[in-house]
Design a binder for this molecule. Structure first.
Ligand code: SF4
Length: 310
């Protein structure tokens, strides 16, 4: 890797672009927009502005509540929706197109099964995430949502944790974090039942991206900064390679960000369109300047230029 060498290598993670649940939801929405008149959605279908702009241009209305809706078709996004909201929509006579991902539905079913077995349901995940709200809404009794060891210890100290618990995971959560919490939880309760609800395609992507991150000089994670799974993927990659940048598209990447790297790896979030990833790859390969090892930053003080650091 001497100064003056020009060939730069770029490796994409095995799977980039939308996951199958997001693809399915986008296709169902496009189809509804082609067939029906008033189609709306609570929140964004995916955390990606380009995709939501395209769907809005086709007529999709984004609403924050269904209060003023008396007719039309409501799309349920891939993360799902609490049961009460779906019932409310039905009671108002709204048509429903349910694009909840089958893997998210399975997580809801798993939580119900654990509840029926008499367990206090413990969800390892982010309580503000739409998927978790959907799972909570599927249950009869309140569940405990935990996202860190500190939260678990606090629940134990304040006697919120019961003796018999049933655990599920947010489908997109990192297995490493879940493992840490489970390791401690098993010693806090008398009985712990676990149903692994982590989404396999996500898990495979994470494993693959981490392997790639540990092999390359610079790792790029492409996706929206409002996409939780992209933010999490970038954080995980950073553990394996301090030179990790989270960028939303090629425009955020400056030449000096990668001029020093001989081998660049690229992975993406689950709601990142594939052509955004291809755009990043093209930008790197279209620059045929030398590999400038003298520009390689100090890993200890590295803050990626040209992109916000998360
Ligand atoms: S990440 Fe997995 S669970 Fe979530 S929408 Fe995609 S396929 Fe479904």
């Amino acid at each position: 890797m001497e100064n003056g060498k020009t060939r730069r290598k770029v490796t994409l993670a095995r799977e980039v672009g939308f996951c199958f649940g997001v693809k399915r939801a986008i296709n169902m929405t496009r189809q509804s927009l082609a067939e029906r008149n008033s189609v709306f959605i609570l929140g964004d279908l995916v955390h990606n502005k380009r995709v939501t702009d395209e769907l809005e241009a086709r007529g999709l209305q984004k609403v924050s509540d269904i209060d003023d809706k008396k007719s039309g078709t409501m799309i349920i996004r891939a993360h799902g929706l609490p049961k009460a909201k779906i019932q409310e929509a039905r009671a108002r006579g709204l048509e429903i197109v349910d694009a909840t991902c089958p893997i998210v539905l399975r997580a809801q079913e798993a939580a119900k099964t654990l509840e029926e077995r008499g367990c206090q349901v413990v969800i390892i995940g982010d309580r503000n995430h739409a998927e978790i709200k959907g799972v909570l809404g599927a249950l009869e009794r309140p569940a405990l949502v935990i996202d860190s060891l500190e939260e678990l210890r606090e629940a134990k100290a304040s006697h919120k944790l019961l003796r018999k618990v049933g655990v599920i995971f947010q489908t997109t959560h990192a297995l490493e974090l879940c493992r840490e919490i489970i390791n401690e939880l098993v010693f806090m309760c008398k009985e712990v039942q676990i149903i692994n609800t982590i989404c396999r395609p996500v898990q495979n992507r994470q494993d693959d991206a981490l392997e790639l991150a540990s092999k390359v000089d610079l790792m790029l994670v492409v996706g929206s900064r409002t996409s939780a799974n992209t933010v999490e993927l970038a954080a995980l990659c950073r553990h394996h390679n301090p030179f990790t940048m989270h960028i939303q598209s090629a425009e955020e990447l400056q030449i000096e960000d990668f001029a020093w790297a001989e081998h660049v790896g690229i992975a993406s979030g689950l709601s990142t369109p594939e052509d955004l990833v291809e755009g990043v790859k093209r930008k790197i390969l279209s620059y045929d300047g030398p590999i400038q090892m003298d520009l390689r930053p100090d890993p200890k003080s590295y803050v990626p230029a040209g992109a916000a650091h998360h």
